[in-house]
Design a protein around this ligand. Sequence first.
Ligand code: ADP
Ligand code: MG
Length: 763
Amino acid sequence: MDIMNAKEALKVYFGYESFKPGQEEIVDAILSGRDVLAIMPTGAGKSICYQVPAMLLPGITVVISPLISLMQDQVKALNEAGIHAGYINSSLTDAQISRVYIKAAEGAYKILYVAPERLESNDFISFTRQIGISMVTVDEAHCISQWGQDFRPSYLRIIDFIERLERRPVVSAFTATATEAVKNDISCVLKLDSPTIVVTGFDRENLFFDVETIKKKDDYVLDYVSKHPDDSGIIYCATRKNVDTVYELLSAAGCLAARYHAGMGNEERRQNQDDFIYDRRSVIVATNAFGMGIDKSNVRYVIHYNMPQSMENYYQEAGRAGRDGEQSQCILLFSAQDIMINRFLLERKDFSDIPEDDIELIRQRDARRLQVMEGYCRTTGCLRNYILEYFGEQRGKPCDNCGNCHREFSEIDMTDEAKKVINCVYETRGRYGLNIVLGTLLGANRARLKELGTTGYRTYGVLKGRPEDEIRLLINNLIMDGYLYQTADKYSVIRMGNIDPLKNPDTHVVIRTHKDKEPEHRASAQRRRSTDTLTKAGYELFDVLRNLRLSIAREEAVPPYIIFSDKTLIDMCIKLPEDRVSMLMVSGVGEMKYEKYGKRFIDAIAAFLKENPDCVTSIADAEETSGDINISDGRKKIRVSKQPFCLAPEDGERFEYKDLYLISEIKDQLNEITTAENVRHIFGTDIFRLLTQMGYVEEKQIDGRNVQVQTEAGLSKGIVSTEKISKKGNAYSVLLYPTVIQKEIVRYYTEIRDMANPTEEKI
Ligand code: ADP
Ligand code: MG
């Protein structure tokens, strides 16, 4: 077993060309019999790290996973990919479980998912005697740690199970939780045997982070959701009441929303969750009860209606956006009220099961975490760096892909004004809310103020003429800094907080305001999504393919993203595959998916192209999105898209012909010699496709693997194959192309130049 085979498994079963960072190392380690502990963020592709080796190891891989929904999803996805997998959990009847045992004993599964509780059952233990377990994988391994957020006592007994097996299998553990304590716990409790530890960076490059300090959150949410009708999103709220209000708000405005919180019945919750996962409802409004075990890959935004209690929670929840690697947004709506709500919730926290000694420690830890979270909401620095530094990653430059990196901040010293505000609150004796305090300070002429008598205060009108927003911001800041205190109930009033620090003349109250930078001043503005490369026609095709996916998903009763991810559909819209070879070049299309659905998607694309002859579906190659050129012609901007690769007439003369070349060598030379303006790079796969069309080569299945071979015609032209030895010492074959073929390739790319006609698109 070696990594060559693993790469093939990756391609054949999952349709991916290459491993993501960390994956290859892990697969390699497992295949050479070593234990593994992998800490990788959500969406990094942990599943493939054990699923690929599971396919290559002799016996069965037992995957321990904490949640039923998670198992069902994964098993569906594996079966779709042509991998035989099953699960055992409490959702099955005894009869169904027996059937799984029988099938597994017959060797029907390569992967078996079980809940940790199952490992203690006698039936299961005697069942494992009849099968060869090559690997035990612990997914969501942080559940093993009492320091983690989702501690599951039954995870502690996994090791008993492993030790009872006749032969110790490879043990691999996966989690997205990085802290030292959790890491050590996993390693010790599972007794990992000098494991290969792989920790990849925690950054999620495709996520755009932002904090909006606003009061009118409802307006914001409504506006955002209506502007993104085709996107799937999650809106997290701190309380059930908020969930209901936001849900009703969206529904009343005609948005297709679902809701989820612990106050609802099981059946209703499951129904709503499914509506969201199966794309029947595009938005779900939920408390933090929602999400663990949600693998939906095309969540385009996560909005936090309230500030969460810790960075750990925030990153986990926000991280549910963009698992598929597409650009997605994580927006936190922040107001001073959030701090009140959270302090209130922490004060009320139930400590009844906690030993007396620990309570104070936990309180302190909670308070510290809340402080860090507040810091995130108030920082003017790079938000991404703030998060990553908290998780222990040293960062350099600002990311230029978060809200703060796109803003310019200015600071105003408002110490004098702050003292006036505090005096006013003192005069109210803590009986009134924000609006009365504000009105009094600004000297508003309101009957209500007269009625209450604040018009007679010494502070009445002391800030007359100042912008209301500015003073409101100041008051909110004073609340956040603890100088003032705002009660969290319905008739919230403002009281004195701790003003001692202000008695020190060195203490200043500094208010930060910001304005958004003009888009031109942002170094790279917002990163583009791959849908941004689609033209109007491309978008129409994307819609066609999405509908096809939805009907297949209904036929098969699986969530749409399990058939193909959005990313895969977009890649189809860009590559417009017309046959098996080209379809298999689409990222995310493996052999099995091709067999099952390839034809239907090829047909749909062909039908679309027939109806829309000559349409241009994308304006830049997916790998080359940054390759567009923007030309400003005074008023309107014209984007000239890059053209397919070609050679200028004289370019071919610089090609250094040789007796035999590898395709990659031809590719490199072509990219080097071209002087044609505004063309994309050429890839080896493009050349292989050309040679397929010319009838010189083809892809063949040999021993269940795809191998590139020369045809009769290719053989007579002199294409030869030769054996190469991989780094790991395994033999594999490659094709070498003679001068005649090299010349044909060069001629082809010189001639197609005439076909290259720049298209213009207004943006
Ligand atoms: P995690 O468990 O780490 O959160 P998943 O295993 O659910 O992540 O994978 C996240 C997404 O990345 C899935 O859509 C998966 O298909 C995709 N993916 C995984 N490995 C690769 C790869 N090598 N190339 C492209 N996409 C990949
Ligand atoms: Mg996972």
